[in-house]
Design a protein around this ligand. Structure first.
Ligand SMILES: [Zn+2]
Length: 275
């Protein structure tokens, strides 16, 4: 099924390497001067899939199919993932899209899109959060409009999108950028495993894309978080480093979604799994 979706998307030009302006007048992003890197699939994913069981590769295939189908729906309906959140508005630096974020009060997952960085082929990025208490759990209290208390949105990682809404990199940021409690890579990874946004009215397709995309990229996200912790571990004072304004982005991994999809397809063909 997903191979058909991918073929259809390429036919319509949604996966083609071309530049599309999404009306981003006030963001200092080099729209129209996008340099596109060659397609290289993630070595982390290739290694992970090569070592996985057939069942795990089948799960990854299902995630790939779900994310592609959702991406296809949202692009057909709104023009792009980005347009589904900005809805034709002019993108203003640091403003959130959609304006109230997308929050799933049941799972405690949250994300928003915004733009404030220039350089590379990034138009803007999604910040993903999971609401946790200082001990890394969440308390539920019946009857409150928000079902968790004493929790703060903990930043998991960010997904940079190009001006077509295609994911181009994953990165982590320092604590002062988003606040929230700070957890080590393995704890954040356990939040990532539970991350799911499902309650968002009007954003069902972008949520479906995101949930499946995050599941498919978990090995890369794990590596990204470990790189973040490794970088901080080289510094003498962790608490001071978490507030150090000179340290903003802590780790970054570029990605090529289409190349990764093709790589997964190759793994499935090698194993003679049904596509
Ligand atoms: Zn940001």
């Amino acid at each position: 099924m997903w191979r058909k979706v991918r073929r259809e998307m390429r036919r319509k030009g949604w996966l083609r390497r071309q530049e599309v302006n999404v009306a981003c007048r006030r963001v200092p992003s080099p729209i129209g001067h996008t340099s596109v890197s060659p397609m290289i699939s993630s070595a982390i994913l290739r290694r992970s899939w090569a070592a996985a069981s057939d069942a795990e590769v089948t799960f990854a295939l299902n995630d790939a199919g779900e994310s592609l189908a959702a991406f296809s729906r949202v692009t057909a309906d709104s023009g792009s993932l980005i347009q589904s959140w900005i809805e034709g508005r002019t993108v203003v630096e640091y403003e959130h899209y959609p304006p109230d974020d997308v929050v799933d009060v049941r799972s405690g997952s949250q994300f928003f899109y915004h733009a404030h960085r220039s350089g590379g082929n990034e138009h803007g990025h999604m910040h993903l959060f999971w609401h946790a208490t200082v001990s890394g759990r969440r308390r539920y209290v019946a009857g409150l409009p928000r079902r968790w208390v004493r929790a703060a949105p903990t930043h998991l990682f960010a997904i940079a999108l190009d001006d077509r809404g295609l994911p181009v990199s994953l990165f982590t940021v320092n604590r002062w950028v988003t606040d929230g409690y700070w957890f080590d890579a393995s704890t954040i990874q356990s939040f990532v495993a539970r991350f799911a946004v499902n309650d968002a009215s009007g954003n069902a397709d972008s949520c479906a894309w995101l949930n499946a995309f995050v599941r498919m990229y978990r090995p890369v996200i794990e590596n990204l978080l470990l790189r973040r912790d490794r970088r901080l571990s080289r510094r003498k004072d962790l608490l001071a480093s978490l507030d150090d304004r000179r340290l903003e982005q802590l780790s970054l991994l570029r990605l090529d979604w289409e190349a990764d999809l093709r790589s997964l397809e190759g793994e499935a063909v090698r194993r003679r799994l049904a596509l």
